[in-house]
Design a protein around this ligand. Structure first.
Ligand code: ADP
Ligand code: ADP
Length: 222
């Protein structure tokens, strides 16, 4: 398991302050969402977590140890276009395992039993364009979770889906998360999605982002 802690994270792009002292944490096995208006700095925060960008101030730590640069404990599911269109679903899902040095045979053996659970059995030789949006996002999530990193980062994973598909994917993700208890950090601007999926929610201000509120779910009744 793993804990993630961000302390007083600051980030500027030139003269523009984007993150203005963001502090938050995710406990082991917890599902936490970050809600914020468009342009608040949510994706910037993710880039700091994945090591794609560097903070100008503050500290990120995993299980109490400070991390910088490429973070090997994180598995990341981006917003869209996660799958390579010219590769089959099976090859897409095994891609990162092979990049990490697993043989193709071993990667396929690891992934194949999970295809059914992700609603992809029988589609392993299809190309992404032959699948529905929901199936593509499930394949992207499967590719993320088979890496067996301790922390899942989900950046608007269902943002590009129609409303019905999004709802069914949210339900499905909830079931999967209850089964596996991944430590998860979700970025979304969908309040209902955050409330439905999370143990806790951080609400960011408009840019420059600060944490405005922290809510435990379920919300107390008024
Ligand atoms: P969100 O994900 O909450 O919509 P972003 O993190 O994408 O917000 O962007 C926050 C702000 O930072 C935006 O105003 C955006 O224009 C700016 N920004 C993001 N990345 C860069 C960059 N590489 N250079 C300059 N400005 C950037
Ligand atoms: P969505 O998530 O877009 O609502 P699903 O991913 O739940 O749709 O797909 C519902 C079912 O429809 C799938 O389990 C699959 O059996 C079938 N299906 C979806 N896309 C295709 C396709 N391209 N070819 C064949 N069957 C498909």
């Amino acid at each position: 398991g793993m804990r993630l802690q961000l302390e007083d994270i600051r980030k500027n792009f030139g003269e523009t302050a984007v993150l203005d002292g963001v502090s938050l944490h995710v406990r082991e096995g917890e599902f936490v969402s970050i809600l914020g208006p468009s342009g608040a700095g949510k994706s910037t925060l993710f880039q700091l977590l994945t090591g794609a960008e560097h903070a100008d101030g503050g500290a990120i730590s995993v299980n109490g140890a400070s991390v910088s640069g490429q973070n090997r404990d994180l598995a990341f599911m981006p917003q869209r276009d996660a799958l390579m269109p010219w590769r089959s679903i099976l090859d897409n899902v095994t891609l990162w395992l092979e990049v990490q040095g697993m043989t193709r045979k071993a990667a396929r053996a690891k992934v194949t039993p999970l295809l059914g659970e992700f609603g992809l059995a029988g589609f392993e030789n299809h190309y992404p364009a032959q699948l529905s949006g929901g199936m593509r996002q499930r394949a992207a999530l499967l590719r993320t979770v088979v890496q067996e990193r301790s922390l899942l980062l989900l950046d608007e994973p269902f943002g590009a889906l129609d409303a019905l598909t999004r709802t069914s994917m949210q339900r499905w993700l909830e079931v999967m998360w209850k089964r596996h208890r991944w430590t998860a950090l979700l970025i979304t601007h969908d309040v209902r999605e955050a409330v439905f999926l999370s143990d806790r929610i951080y609400v960011l201000s408009a840019r420059p982002a600060r944490v405005l509120h922290e809510f435990q779910i379920p919300l107390p009744r008024p």
